[in-house]
Design a protein around this ligand. Sequence first.
Ligand SMILES: *Cc1c(COP(=O)(O)O)cnc(C)c1O
Length: 494
Amino acid sequence: MAHDTQIDTEDSLDPGDWEDMRRLAHVMVDDAISRLQGLRDAPVWQPMPDAMKAGFRGPPPTGPAPLEAVYADVKHKLYPHAMGNIHPRFWAWYMGAGCLTGALADFLAAIDGSNLGGGDTGANQVDRQVTDWLRQMMGFPEGGSGTLVNGGSMANIVGLMAARNTMAGVDLHTRSVADITAPLRFYASDQVHSCHMKAMNLLGLGGSALTRVATDNAFRMDLAALRSAIEADRQRGARPACVIATAGTTNTGAIDPLPQIADLCRDEGLWLHVDGCIGALFSIAPSSRHLVAGIERADSLALDLHKGLNAPFDVGCALLRDRNVHRATFAESAEYLQVATRGLAATEFLHDYGLETTRGFRALKVWMMLRHHGVERFGRILDRNIAQAARLTALIDAAPDLERMAPTATSVVCFRHAPDGMREADLRAHNTEIMLRIQESGIAILSDTTIRGRHCLRVALCNHRTKDEDIDILVHEVRRLGSEMALVGAAGDA
Ligand SMILES: *Cc1c(COP(=O)(O)O)cnc(C)c1O
């Protein structure tokens, strides 16, 4: 018997010595807090040396190791080689910087362990409350509903699937997309995020179902072009189904003309989906909310909480204007998942509102962050990021060797270093090199893009830690490196 007991203890995943584990857990929390406190003085990013990378190969560990040793690797090998988006001077792509409240909440959520697929739990109440808060923050009506997903791509898929099913004219729970009597057509601007192409593929409609509508000089969807695309499709016998408007494009932060697109969708009987991964949360920013007026008229809206809210990865949300449509899109009946009148399953299953069955308790981080900081603080931070984009824009416009490549609509700034006399053909290599040197120096991280065939540096301000002086440092570094390289280049040419 004694022997059996021993085997049981060894094979549990609980600690052998709880007090030891408690001490180590405290160390991890202390280290994490110190890391955040010291961020500003650390490099934003540094590449992992090849020799260290080699240590990440080999067979799976068959036996145990002390957790101290495992944690030492996390601290010494992973911490210094993280992506860097938690740093005040990280502005690549479009990310959030995370926050301690959210990180603690993720830990607590994992300990709680609840599965948000359903169940009568406290976690369920938190999940419902968070989606309802978001519904109110976005100005959606009371009959609306939401579901937390892993990010913007999935939130868009949820909205687009509701659009497809509503516009299909056949019940896609029992029939096939091949039974749809006229081919469905979706419309988005030529600046639309690539996740929508994946969505078209996934939804069985294919890339040809998505028309890429031209944009104006400010990279907003051109309404006349949208109208004629819809008209042409009707004449061809296709069925215009849905306009995907982007509130904050990835390339330049432009916002499609939401009120006009909403009017058009109403008049034409089309579903309006808004990709608000960047811009939806501007709705809570007092000085910027006018930029996304009309967003509340969407039939479905995708928002990204790990971007504008700076929640730790990953969490996004799909909001639907009509709860019944939302549920009708996703609910399937399964004999092993039935709502009961009493007990743990005596409540509506949340997996009836999305594609995932098991879902983690990602609601907790949003709930704790919103309660701890309040909606207004998040709004002010979003306003500040937009003001910092304007500051950067002004610095660029005042510098003779910098050229802005797109209007700054919100929190994204596109520009390049263009010293006097450098040929257009050489500017791409020149700016790419500037970007890489800045990344490798650990001073800042920015990325690049190509707009209408022209390459440029791109700064996306979605970071609650960025201060105005960080913007000044960036401009100084780009100009310093750029002119240094231009001088060397000119000497080489001579
Ligand atoms: C970031 C982004 C997405 C994708 O969101 P993920 O959270 O990365 O899945 C979609 N659309 C736009 C406009 C985005 O900026």
